[in-house]
Design a protein around this ligand. Structure first.
Ligand SMILES: [Zn+2]
Length: 500
């Protein structure tokens, strides 16, 4: 990495894009664009940093030991990584840090093949995922990426990550001459509806040939409960996916594809003080969490005197409420903490209440992006709580517990920030404004652990192209690193339910 103060911003761009980039290129991006790809990016970094992959389905009794660094994934879209202190004992506390990997997007429907009236245009049926600012998706150069289930030539069915590197879709606006509406209103079913080509070409052209020839298999002519993929979707699109997966078109069995903006993320602003990018919410915090734990464990002796566990959890499905098998509302984090609390320990006999003891001594930093003050809409913000970009992470407070932050949490976070030399800001919404929420309240209810909600300030949350602060990336990485390094010592000094 470069040594300038912007090195973290540039490294973040390489987390979001496949290669570092300072300027918006006119060419096509290598966007790592959704939960699956974000998890893949984090995995690569963890493996390079010496973490070992483990599986939920295995016993950890022999595999996970004090002093080790590990990670696991669920559904390929949620990731947990942790380091176990060499002085770890069942019942000890954990420094937990959560973020989310998903962002609002349009997703290809199970049957997506459409032809417009009189067969003029080929179109693709899409579903909305999460609460996107959908008007920002018009007139962008869109492509698709996601996960395909494919059959390999020797028989097994595997999941492959797919990213089509060319803008194959677009949602066109209507010319102003044909509709002079003041406010841009549209129907999400019939007008937020991409085109992907002209029907005449589709009707006269075979799907692109893949490197693999379709094979006749025994059973191919048997009863088929579902229509073939090339009937459900435009064959040209299935062909592109097959080519990317390096299988024949008949071996693409199903897929989960979302649309993404083909323009790469970049630094912006007169002094490179901004980041212009898709999915800053919440790939910024996913990146900072990953770098924070990696940097805190970089020294070989980092865990020698550590009595606790340092853990990050990057969850899928925050944007749709988290109540899924891989969401923050699932059993995942409690299950992992329970398993870690039951790890065999040579010195101590594990107490049957080690899990509950660990929860009380643990803390969760729930990290999700915050709202920077918007220069054109200052009245939308509470006058004394207007976070600014590049002035440090924002601690979010809400009396109605839309955020889980409380005073002990603020005090501990402030102490960590003081040691890290990182400024903090405070945020509450106006009483006459709606308030967002995140994974903090639900996880604090599930775990009973002290929780703080925080995140970097950004503009245009849930737009296809958001704006964040370039220097805030470094602030958050430094803060998270210090949290992991110092939590076990600081946790004993900030008591709530104590007798003194
Ligand atoms: Zn978010």
């Amino acid at each position: 990495m470069a040594s300038s103060p912007k090195k973290y911003a540039l490294d973040f761009l390489s987390f979001v894009n496949a290669s570092p980039t300072r300027e918006c290129p006119s060419g096509l991006s290598q966007l790592k664009n959704l939960a699956f790809h974000a998890v893949e990016s984090a995995k690569e970094r963890l493996l390079n940093a010496g973490f070992n992959e483990i599986k939920e389905r295995d016993s950890w009794a022999e595999r996970v030991t004090a002093g080790g660094r590990y990670f696991l994934t669920r559904n390929g879209s949620t990731l947990i990584a942790f380091g176990v202190g060499k002085k770890w004992k069942p019942g000890n506390g954990m420094a937990l840090l959560g973020a989310h990997t998903d962002s609002p997007a349009l997703r290809v429907k199970p049957v997506s093949k459409r032809f417009a009236e009189k067969d003029s245009f080929m179109q693709v049926g899409v579903e909305t995922y999460g609460a996107g600012l959908w008007h920002t998706w018009f007139d962008r150069d869109l492509s698709i990426a996601g996960r395909a289930m494919v059959r390999l030539s020797d028989g097994p069915i595997v999941s492959k990550l797919i990213k089509i590197n060319k803008p194959i879709l677009r949602i066109p606006t209507l010319a102003i001459h044909l509709d002079r509406q003041e406010a841009f209103a549209f129907n999400k079913e019939t007008q937020l509806f991409p085109i992907t080509g002209l029907a005449t070409t589709a009707l006269n052209k075979a799907p692109p040939s893949t490197t693999k020839e379709p094979k006749e298999r025994t059973g191919d002519r048997e009863f088929k409960p579902l229509m073939a993929m090339t009937e459900r979707h435009h064959p040209a699109i299935v062909g592109l996916i097959a080519k990317e997966a390096d299988v024949s078109i008949n071996d693409v069995l199903d897929f989960e594809m979302i649309l993404y903006d083909a323009q790469a993320s970049c630094l912006g602003g007169i002094n490179d003080e901004f980041i212009f990018s898709a999915r800053l919410d919440n790939l910024t915090m996913s990146y900072c969490a990953t770098e924070g734990i990696i940097e805190s464990l970089e020294p070989k002796d980092a865990l020698d005197d550590e009595p606790g566990i340092r853990l990050i959890c990057l969850f899928d499905h925050e944007e749709i409420g988290s109540k899924t098998a891989q969401g923050a509302g699932s059993n995942l984090l409690p299950a992992i903490i329970r398993r870690l609390s039951a790890l065999p320990d040579e010195v101590t006999t594990s107490s049957p209440t080690a899990y509950e003891e660990a929860l009380v001594k643990s803390m969760l930093w729930s990290c999700d992006m915050a709202h920077s003050v918007h220069p054109n809409y200052p009245a939308k913000y509470e006058s004394h709580h207007r976070p600014e970009m590049n002035k440090g992470p924002v601690v979010k407070v809400n009396a109605n517990a839309r955020y889980a932050t409380n005073s002990p949490g603020i005090v501990l976070t402030e102490e960590v920030a003081r040691e890290a030399g990182v400024p903090l800001q405070l945020f509450v919404v106006r009483n006459d404004s709606p308030c967002g929420s995140t994974i903090g309240p639900m996880l604090s209810a599930a775990l009973g652990a002290r929780t703080v909600d925080m995140g970097n300030a950004q503009l245009s949350m849930h737009s296809i192209r958001e704006t964040g602060g370039a220097h805030d990336v470094e602030y958050a990485v430094k803060l998270f690193k210090k949290y992991f390094e110092r939590f076990s010592k600081l946790e004993e000094t900030i008591m709530v339910d104590s007798t003194t």
